[in-house]
Design a protein around this ligand. Structure first.
Ligand code: BG6
Length: 508
């Protein structure tokens, strides 16, 4: 079933939240589907004082909570898991770590093939990588003769300068080909389906350009607030947390040219070209291109929702944005003059991520009773989550006398395909890394360009206290000022209009 070479996956932050919530459930699913190599081990590394047995108990509890366990398979899966209690800081502890890893490598016969996964706070990335270098675990050595790969979780820095510093550090120990930067949006099945929709079908690609497309809109709405992540989130905000990475990656998949083939470099070269073509934001007009917002207290379905500034670990005078919307252009042959609108926010009415391609109107309205000019435009809606699928909006004749027209949807939903279980993003990405396929991982040069693109906004927000921060009631669709960005291009699409007051499932 699989051609993955034997190896050990070493997870720094082995007892942390991401490991329990996402990584272990994804690895368990790969195990269930027989997609892990026969010779394989997972080694959690952390400061929590655990041994192999208590680590397995912790992982089992996590699986129960975040996955739901299948008793027999769980026991066998957990036998693959080991723990090294180590702070990985001093010379002595690194020696000890190296020795313990060596023993597991010998026991499991994995021959020194390692994937190192940085699932720790970003402040630990540099020290861990330095120490891997000191322990001769970044390349081929006598003690560890196999290949080495490094998976890095976002954030990759918090601005251009820190991203470059991190990049320099990573490439002083690992080759770029060994580094796998995770943007989990690229692991989402429907994000990948954008490429198939565009480059497999004959009908879309000829229309996929400035001649036929009126504008592009991408939304990633979250129903949850910031929960207990206030400490991290307040120093990040929606621009850094979602837009600079996840949303720009979706832009790249939507806007890129067809790659010459499907290998990592070809795909990532095309992503890079999109980022190279992003028109730099115009500082004088920044207020006309970007809107930031912060949620305020509200009542939703009889429940009081806290304001952002009342959340745990958030200063009462915080000006961090929990919502951001941006209008921009891609200056290249395909997209010249077509505006892109993207927005993301927390505490919106529902959880939904979608890409809406709005096509230009027909040149001459033959059927005058069309509802409105906006409605007469065809739309292709690519739903990334939930209710994954694609809808095409087009006009049909209202049955009866005359030629009145209404718009309707032609739908494809993954849920309608029988026996289809969409793999989680982490399942897909971990498997790709194990295979040495970096196509769905972001390359250092693209990360740098994405930071360069948003840096003027970060600078302006930091230096100009008058830059507006609009409030929006928690549970609403964000600040009403975001509508101004779209003047001339219709309203934002408000999917799921029929949601009940506390949100819930949002059907395509
Ligand atoms: C993460 C952000 O990268 O993506 C979170 O840090 C956000 O703040 C999450 O909630 C959204 O991911 P998804 O897969 O739930 O859309």
């Amino acid at each position: 079933m699989n051609s993955i070479e034997k190896h050990i996956l070493v997870i720094f932050g082995g007892s942390g939240d991401l490991t329990q919530r996402k990584l272990i459930p994804a690895l368990f699913d790969l195990y269930r589907k027989n997609m892990l190599p026969k010779i394989f081990a997972i080694v959690g590394v952390g400061r929590t004082d655990l041994d192999h047995e208590s680590y397995r108990e912790l992982l089992e509890a996590g699986l129960q909570k975040f996955h739901g366990v299948l008793p027999e398979q769980t026991t066998d899966f957990l036998k693959l898991c080991y723990y090294i209690h180590n702070d990985f800081q001093s010379h002595t502890t690194i020696e000890l770590f190296s020795q313990q890893l060596y023993e597991i490598d010998i026991k499991t016969q994995t021959k020194g093939n390692f994937i190192f996964y940085l699932s720790t706070p970003p402040s630990l990335y540099e020290p861990i990588v330095t120490n891997l270098g000191k322990a001769k675990l970044t390349g081929v050595s006598e003690k560890f003769p196999g290949w080495k790969r490094l998976i890095v979780e976002k954030p990759f820095g918090k601005d251009v300068a820190s991203a470059r510093k991190l990049q320099q550090h990573l490439i002083s120990h690992f080759d770029e080909e060994q580094i796998y930067r995770i943007d989990h949006y690229l692991g989402k099945e429907t994000a990948q389906n954008i490429l198939v929709t565009r480059f497999y079908n004959t009908i879309f690609e000829p229309l996929w350009n400035r001649n036929y497309i009126h504008h592009v809109e991408i939304t990633s709405a979250e129903q949850e607030g910031i929960g207990n992540r206030g400490g991290y989130y307040d120093s990040s905000g929606a621009l850094r947390d979602m837009l600079q990475n996840h949303l720009l990656q979706l832009v790249a998949l939507t806007a890129m040219e067809p790659p010459t083939n499907f290998n990592a470099d070809s795909i990532r070269n095309e992503v890079l070209k999109v980022f190279q073509s992003l028109r730099p934001l115009n500082l004088e007009n920044l207020k006309k291109q970007v809107v930031r917002g912060q949620y305020t207290q509200s009542h939703v379905g009889g429940n009081l929702k806290k304001a952002y500034t009342e959340e745990l670990d958030i200063p009462a005078n915080s000006r961090t944005e929990s919502y951001v919307a941006l209008k921009f252009f891609i200056d290249n042959w395909r997209w010249g003059g077509v505006p892109f609108f993207i927005r993301t926010g927390k505490n919106l009415p529902t959880r939904v991520t979608e890409i809406v391609i709005t096509f230009k109107s027909i040149p001459h309205p033959v059927f005058v009773k069309t509802a409105s000019t906006q409605e007469s435009k065809n739309q292709l809606i690519i739903r990334i989550q939930p209710d994954e699928g694609i809808a095409f909006r087009f006009g049909v004749k209202i049955p009866g006398i005359g030629f009145d027209v209404e718009t309707t949807n032609m739908n494809f939903k993954y849920a309608q395909k029988e026996g289809v279980e969409l793999p989680s993003a982490y399942e897909r990405l971990l498997h790709d890394c194990m295979q040495g396929d970096a196509s769905l991982f972001t390359r250092g040069d693209a990360v740098d360009l994405a930071w360069q693109f948003v840096q003027p906004i970060l600078d302006e927000w930091e230096s100009n206290p008058d830059f507006p921060l609009f409030g929006y009631p928690a549970g609403s669709w964000g600040p009403k000022e975001a509508s101004d960005l779209k003047i001339g291009y219709g309203e934002w699409r408000y999917p799921c209009k029929n949601l009940n007051s506390d949100g819930g499932y949002c059907e395509l």
